[in-house]
Design a protein around this ligand. Structure first.
Ligand code: PLP
Length: 391
């Protein structure tokens, strides 16, 4: 069994089965294929080949790569469908599984747009939801009804970087005959394999660390082959197709995923230790820190490291934050994450701006909280930038 670093480099490679076959995939931009006769046309249509909405060779290569990364070392056959964004992946996973009258239990710290989709959009189609704190397993159990089809949560939540107890959640889901759906966008398959802990479906926003260079909007849904077949047919009908160039770019990004995540993780841990000791910083959230309530769980579920995302609060509150942001040179303020460059974001102004101050306080998101997506720069330069900005 190859290691996941090796799988990431080779998975989905084009076969060398013709003269001068390229070792790097071509980009197939055609929206439809041509056929010499009715019989070959019929065979292609029967297999959903030959029309761009059903994906091209670039999609198959990306899907094969993500499915084999996710299944690596596990005794499960997984399959994947690539779609046009992380939100499309969530929508396809939920809508292919659920019917009117069904119920979903979602973690209250899911990505904001995920919760908006569950609360405001699925509800229009008769799908009800409960949004609860997944760190409170009794609350999750209480929320489950006999119509619950899906439990939905994230690994390394944003912005407090909480780590859910996937094994216990899978137990609750399976006792209720429901699926555990895990958004594994932040740690990526290089650091976290939710299927190992009982997840039934995993989704990615490929926009973040999976592609890794802030130049793609994309998503992937992964599940056991039998489940995924239906999700793929739904995706091909619903139509949120990923562009072939974006599929190509995402696969290109995956080739260096292991290396990138290793460096992201080393840098994030170093920055977390540095910030934790700094007198201007009142709190640091990073699951690999000894001081984190998630440290033991992170060691088990994220043995290779806790990823690029951390958050921290300044003792001087929002004024201190503003002056620090103005003085950072390398690190830029932007409302996204998962790039090779280090970026910071202000959850109270971005992901959680829809909540009022009291709701934000209940969610543990103060005005002085900053989220940092740590990049792959040399750690000395990164620390020097924060040192200058905090002094
Ligand atoms: C960004 C993000 C999404 C949404 O992905 P898009 O590609 O922007 O649609 C979903 N989940 C998490 C955890 C994210 O960070």
């Amino acid at each position: 069994m190859p290691h996941s670093d090796t799988v990431a480099v080779h998975a989905g490679e084009p076969a060398i089965d013709r003269k001068d076959a390229p070792i790097t995939p071509d980009i197939a931009v055609g929206s439809a294929s041509g056929y010499p006769d009715l019989k070959t046309l019929d065979a292609a249509m029967a297999e959903h080949r030959g029309y761009g909405r059903w994906g091209t060779e670039n999609h198959r290569q990306l899907e094969a790569a993500v499915a084999s990364l996710e299944a690596n070392g596990l005794d499960t056959r997984l399959d994947a469908v690539a779609v046009g964004s992380g939100m499309a992946a969530i929508a396809v996973a939920l809508m292919s599984e659920m019917n009117a009258g069904d119920h979903v239990v979602a973690a209250h710290d899911c990505y904001g747009t995920t919760l908006t989709f569950v609360r405001n959009d699925l509800s229009r189609f008769g799908i009800t939801s409960s949004i609860v704190d997944f760190q409170d397993l009794d609350a999750v159990k209480r929320a489950v009804t006999d119509r619950t089809r899906v439990l939905l949560c994230e690994m390394c939540t944003n912005p407090l970087i909480r780590v859910p107890d996937l094994e216990a959640l899978a137990g609750i889901a399976h006792d209720a005959g429901a699926l555990l759906l895990v958004d594994n966008t932040v740690p990526t398959p290089a650091l976290s394999q939710p299927f190992r802990w009982g997840a039934d479906v995993v989704i990615y926003s490929a926009t973040k660390n999976l592609s890794g260079h802030a130049d793609v909007i994309g998503g992937v849904v992964i599940g056991r082959a039998s489940w995924l077949d239906a999700a793929r047919v739904f995706a091909h009908t619903f139509g949120p197709t990923l562009g072939p160039f974006d599929a190509w770019l995402t696969l290109r990004g995956i080739r260096t995923l292991s290396l990138r995540m290793q460096r992201h993780t080393e840098n994030a841990l170093r920055l977390a230790h540095y910030l934790e000791r700094h007198r201007a910083v009142s709190r640091v959230n990073y699951p690999a820190l000894e001081s984190s309530p998630f440290c033991a769980r992170a060691r088990r579920l994220l043995p290779a490291g806790a990823g690029a995302l951390l958050s921290f609060e300044l003792a001087g509150g929002k004024p201190a934050l503003e002056s620090m942001i103005r003085r950072l040179r390398l690190v830029r303020l932007m409302p996204s994450l998962g790039n090779v460059a280090t970026t910071i974001s202000h959850p109270a102004s971005t992901s959680h701006r829809g909540l009022d101050a009291a709701e934000r306080a209940r969610a543990g998101i103060s005005d002085a909280l900053l989220r940092c997506s740590v990049g792959i720069e040399h750690p000395d330069d990164l620390l020097a930038d924060f040192e200058a900005a905090l002094s």
